[in-house]
Design a protein around this ligand. Structure first.
Ligand SMILES: [Zn+2]
Length: 309
C-alpha cells in the first residue's frame, strides 16, 4: 500500500481522539460530579449527615447486578440487534506491515426491550465471570422480568482501556470474484464490544441514553440507540491475509451476536443482524461500495421494521 500522506495522518489523529473523547467524557464528567458530590458530602458530614455519593452509586450498581426477577413483572421485552450499513471502508497498513481493511460499524437496538448484560460475581477482574442477560418489562426502567445466563464473557481491551463483551460481532472479508458467489477470505475476526449507547438512531424514542460508561459489571444498548465503532479505533478492521487486495470484487460482512449468545426473542429477529458492504478494487483503490452484490440480489420484500412502544 502507498504510505499514508501527511493530511491523512493529521485527520487520523483527530478522528482517533474524537471517539475516545466521546467514550471517556461521560466518565470524566461523572468523576468531576462525584468529586463535587464528595466535597458536598464532606460538608454535609459537619452537620452529622454523612452521604457519600460514590458509595451510593456503588451500592446502586451492586443492587442492579444482584437484582432478581420481580414476581409481578410484565412480559419480558426483547432487543433486536441490527447492523447498519457499513461505511468508511479504507485500506491501511499497521506498524508491523499487516494490511487491513478498516470500516465503521454501528450496531443498533431496533427492539422494544433493552439489551443488558450484567456480571454479578465480579466487578473488576472480569475474566470468566458468570454473565447474565437481563430482560425487563419496559424499554427503560420497569421491572426485571427475566435473567438468563449468557455463555459469554467480558474481557479487558488493553488498547481501548475498558471492558468488552467478547464475541459480540463477527467481521469477515469475502472474495466475490467468482460469478454469483462470495467466499470468505482468511479467518475473519470475532470482535468484542463495550456495549454502550453511542448514537440516537430512532429519533422517535423519548428516553435519554441509559448506558454511558464502559464498565464490566453492567453494559447495554437502549432501544433506539446504537453502539458505534469508528474505523479509526484499534482492531476496527479485517486482516488482508495475502497483503493488499488485487483488483476485483470483494465484500466485508459484519454480524452482531453471531453465536446467538443473546436472546432477541426468537424468529427473524435472531437472523437480521448482518450487514454486508460489497466493493470493487480498481487500481488498488476501493470504489463502488454498495449494499447488494451478485450473490445477494436486492430483497424482494421490504425488511421488517420493529416498532417501539
Ligand atoms: Zn472499547
Amino acid at each position: 500500500m502507498a504510505p499514508i500522506g501527511d493530511v491523512r495522518v493529521r485527520t487520523t489523529l483527530m478522528t482517533r481522539l474524537l471517539p475516545w473523547a466521546r467514550r471517556w467524557l461521560p466518565g470524566l464528567l461523572a468523576v468531576v460530579l462525584l468529586a463535587g458530590g464528595g466535597f458536598a458530602g464532606a460538608l454535609a458530614m459537619q452537620d452529622g449527615e454523612e452521604v457519600d455519593p460514590r458509595q451510593e452509586r456503588q451500592q446502586e450498581r451492586r443492587e442492579r447486578r444482584s437484582l432478581q426477577p420481580h414476581p409481578n413483572a410484565g412480559p419480558a421485552l426483547y432487543p433486536d440487534l441490527q447492523t447498519l450499513p457499513l461505511r468508511d471502508l479504507q485500506f491501511d497498513q499497521l506498524e508491523d506491515q499487516t494490511s487491513v481493511l478498516r470500516f465503521t460499524v454501528e450496531i443498533w437496538n431496533a427492539g422494544e426491550g433493552r439489551v443488558e448484560i450484567s456480571a454479578p460475581a465480579s466487578d473488576e477482574d472480569g475474566e470468566d465471570v458468570a454473565l447474565f442477560q437481563n430482560l425487563y418489562d419496559s424499554a427503560v426502567e420497569g421491572r426485571l422480568a427475566e435473567k438468563r445466563p449468557v455463555a459469554g464473557r467480558v474481557i479487558f481491551h488493553p488498547d481501548h482501556g475498558h471492558w468488552h463483551f467478547a464475541n459480540f460481532a463477527r467481521y469477515e472479508l469475502l472474495d466475490c470474484n467468482a460469478p454469483g458467489e462470495c467466499q470468505p477470505v482468511g479467518l475473519g475476526a470475532k470482535v468484542s464490544f463495550c456495549l454502550i449507547d453511542s448514537e440516537l438512531e430512532d429519533l422517535d424514542v423519548p428516553w435519554q441514553r441509559q448506558y454511558t460508561v464502559c464498565e464490566s459489571s453492567l453494559q447495554g444498548i437502549t432501544p433506539g440507540y446504537s453502539d458505534l465503532y469508528l474505523w479509526s479505533l484499534p482492531e476496527q478492521w479485517v486482516v488482508l491475509p495475502d497483503g493488499p487486495l488485487a483488483d476485483g470484487e470483494f465484500a466485508v460482512r459484519v454480524t452482531a451476536d453471531p453465536d446467538h449468545l443473546l436472546d432477541e426473542g426468537g424468529g427473524e429477529r435472531e437472523e437480521n443482524n448482518t450487514a454486508t458492504a460489497y466493493f470493487t478494487v480498481i487500481n488498488g483503490q476501493i470504489g463502488n461500495v454498495r449494499e447488494t452484490g451478485e450473490d445477494q440480489p436486492p430483497a424482494a420484500t421490504p425488511s421488517p421494521v420493529a416498532s417501539s412502544p
